[in-house]
Design a protein around this ligand. Sequence first.
Ligand SMILES: Cc1cc2nc3c(=O)[nH]c(=O)nc-3n(C[C@H](O)[C@H](O)[C@H](O)COP(=O)(O)O)c2cc1C
Length: 173
Amino acid sequence: MEVIDAIYGRRSIRSYKNENVPEEVIKKAIDCGIHAPSAGNLQPWEFVIVRDKEIKRKLYKASYSQYHVLEAPVLIVICADIMRSAYYGSRGMNLYALQDTAAATQNILLSLYSMGYGTCWVGAFNERMVREILNLPKDIRPVAIITVGKGNERPKKRELRALDEVIHYEKFS
Ligand SMILES: Cc1cc2nc3c(=O)[nH]c(=O)nc-3n(C[C@H](O)[C@H](O)[C@H](O)COP(=O)(O)O)c2cc1C
């Protein structure tokens, strides 16, 4: 699949079939994730793959009972190792580390879409709870939970802001 088709075709999927996602698929997606750009090539990402029902249940609670977190056969929790970006001071730790992991997240979403899987980027969760559930060290910040599975819905068309509303020429207008 062309990248451009994946960009146009990908949607957030919040309902999944009860079908396994092979480990090779998840590994391939994470390999696409680690090919994302990162500030200074510092690669401040870590990935926790969750298939265990009990851990998923806890993450479901931590993400304000969003049902797709429980239902998805696999979760990928993308974390930022903040200290890896400390070379760039507070900008590195507070901005680049998060931008880098967001870029990796998008690569993962697009690659899974191109392999025929549905995903949803879940950012609404209680960070303290997720840290505790996954046993994350102090400097490892959970940034996103990606739910992964064979999709069981076709989302309705969503409204996008018009190009001429978001593009500015030469100066912000
Ligand atoms: C930073 C971020 C946080 C998000 N958090 C959630 C979330 O907690 N739960 C959820 O169901 N979707 C979440 N989403 C998905 C958005 O709702 C979704 O991308 C948006 O509505 C556009 O729809 P689309 O992904 O189908 O294009 C999040 C997306 C981003 C980028």
